[in-house]
Write a protein that binds this ligand. Structure first.
Ligand SMILES: Cc1cc2nc3c(=O)[nH]c(=O)nc-3n(C[C@H](O)[C@H](O)[C@H](O)COP(=O)(O)OP(=O)(O)OC[C@H]3O[C@@H](n4cnc5c(N)ncnc54)[C@H](O)[C@@H]3O)c2cc1C
Length: 416
């Protein structure tokens, strides 16, 4: 019998990066402990659909114990990692410590409010299941409150929905919210004129979806305009008190809803690790994704700071996290065989964002296109990337139903 102890790989975070590492080490002679504060993997790119009452949380999340049921070299542990001792090589959870030979930190990110306390306290965000469900409850409640509001000014404020941040999440949320109003809420509230309802998308810089080429930025603006989204670029938010937002030029707009999608920073735990952090609090790593001075520690995904060939930081995207997960698994295998690790190079698979029904913008293999074809690609790519056959079928049926009947089926206001 072989009694040699297998190397212990501890992976913290079961998002895109951490899951990829775990799966790719399935056949390696290692013992893996995967830790996450949740017992599920969450497909964040579709979170906004939970917020706009299009999908249920269970349709975009999948239990980790089910995903890894058949992986014999992996144990899952639910828990929040609070600190790490890099010298003694252990991670600390509430009530326990776990020693490692190799550590992979894949803890992702959190919303960055850039110190705007009034927005953090009074605004909404779409970052996890809880915040997406809160946003859904809030949005739907606004229609209920507006339906019994006699005062026209107050009703207008209840029906003014502001989204801050013109990146893909802001654009997708604005388009979907405008459609929720024009396709669904008009039927649910026949007694109320929804011509009062406004969706505003605010962006501090000159352009929406800055990473996209010019023609797609323009197409995005046109598509949003057609869906009655008011786009304000070069516009900064100064503060928000829950009922009124103040812009940088002192303009005030009454609005009971503000969804902040304008920033992401590394997950909180990395602030307590005593490591060198760069922009957005991300941890500076070597090109091999190892922590300087600690080659037995790898950082992947949103939490890692690495510059692309052009000197810009790699974007906080699932595609980056997945590719980094893949190379990290390969590097762990290489080190175990006595080989040196390889540097990470990001292969950009293209850009894709939807702006509601029949509308999306895409850049694939260097070709930019928008409209129906881009939307069909978006739909099928997201179905394909979802985890679990059941979720793929449910989301497809859900979207087909909504598409045919102009519905958002999850219009439930629930207690939180
Ligand atoms: C609303 C939204 C829309 C998005 N849309 C897109 C898109 O269209 N395309 C795209 O490519 N990307 C998109 N992204 C970005 C993408 O989701 C992230 O880049 C990706 O999830 C990063 O992967 P990760 O593995 O680094 O972290 P994550 O996938 O965030 O996983 C991190 C994991 O770590 C766990 N964790 C964190 N801290 C601890 C701790 N202390 N202890 C234990 N566990 C911990 C978390 O619970 C989580 O499961 C979107 C993100 C959001 C929020």
């Amino acid at each position: 019998m072989n009694t040699k102890k297998l190397p212990h790989i501890v992976i913290v975070g079961a998002g895109f990066g951490g899951m990829e590492v775990a799966r790719r080490l399935a056949k390696s002679p290692v013992q893996i402990t995967l830790i996450d504060r949740h017992n599920y993997h969450l497909f964040q790119p579709l979170l906004y659909q939970v917020a706009i009452a299009g999908l249920l949380p269970s349709q975009i999340a999948y239990p980790l114990r089910t995903i890894f049921r058949k992986q014999k070299n992996l144990t899952f542990q639910m828990g929040e990692v609070t600190s790490i001792d890099f010298n003694s090589r252990y991670v600390k959870l509430e009530g326990s410590v776990i020693a490692y030979d190799t550590l992979v930190l894949a803890v992702g990110g959190q919303t960055n409010f850039f110190g705007m306390n009034s927005v953090e306290q009074n605004g909404l965000q779409i970052k996890d299941i809880e915040s997406a469900v809160s946003t859904r409850n809030h949005l739907l409640s606004m229609f209920e409150r507006a339906s019994r509001e006699a005062d026209a000014e107050k009703r207008r404020a209840l029906l003014t929905f502001v989204i801050v941040g013109g990146g893909p999440t802001g654009v997708e949320t604005a388009g979907a919210l405008a459609e929720l109003i024009s396709h669904v809420m008009v039927k649910d509230y026949p007694e109320m004129s929804l011509t009062d309802a406004r969706v505003l998308l605010i962006e501090a810089t000159e352009h929406l979806i800055t990473a996209y080429p010019d023609e797609l930025r323009k197409a995005t603006r046109d598509l949003l305009r057609r869906k009655n989204v008011e786009v304000l670029t070069n516009t900064k938010l100064a503060s928000y008190n829950g009922q009124q937002m103040t812009l940088g030029d002192d303009r005030q707009i009454p609005a009971h809803t503000l969804i902040w999608t304008a920033g992401v920073k590394a997950a909180e735990v990395v602030d307590h690790l005593g490591v060198q952090q760069a922009g957005s609090g991300r941890v500076r790593v070597e090109s091999t994704l190892q922590l300087p001075q600690h080659p037995e520690v790898f950082i992947v995904g949103d939490a890692a700071y690495l510059e692309n060939g052009d000197g810009k930081p790699l974007p906080m995207l699932s595609t980056v996290a997945l590719q980094q997960g893949k190379i990290t698994a390969q590097n762990i295998q290489r080190i175990l065989k006595g080989q040196s690790p390889k540097p990470f190079h990001y292969k950009d698979p293209g850009l894709l964002a939807t702006i509601g029904r029949n509308a999306a913008v895409a850049r694939i293999w260097g070709i930019s296109f928008s409209g129906f074809i881009a939307w069909v690609i978006w739909v099928f790519l997201h179905i394909y990337r979802l985890i679990g056959f059941r979720n793929r079928v449910l989301v497809l049926v859900n979207w087909a139903w909504d598409y045919i009947f102009y519905e958002n089926q999850v219009r439930l206001i629930t207690k939180e």
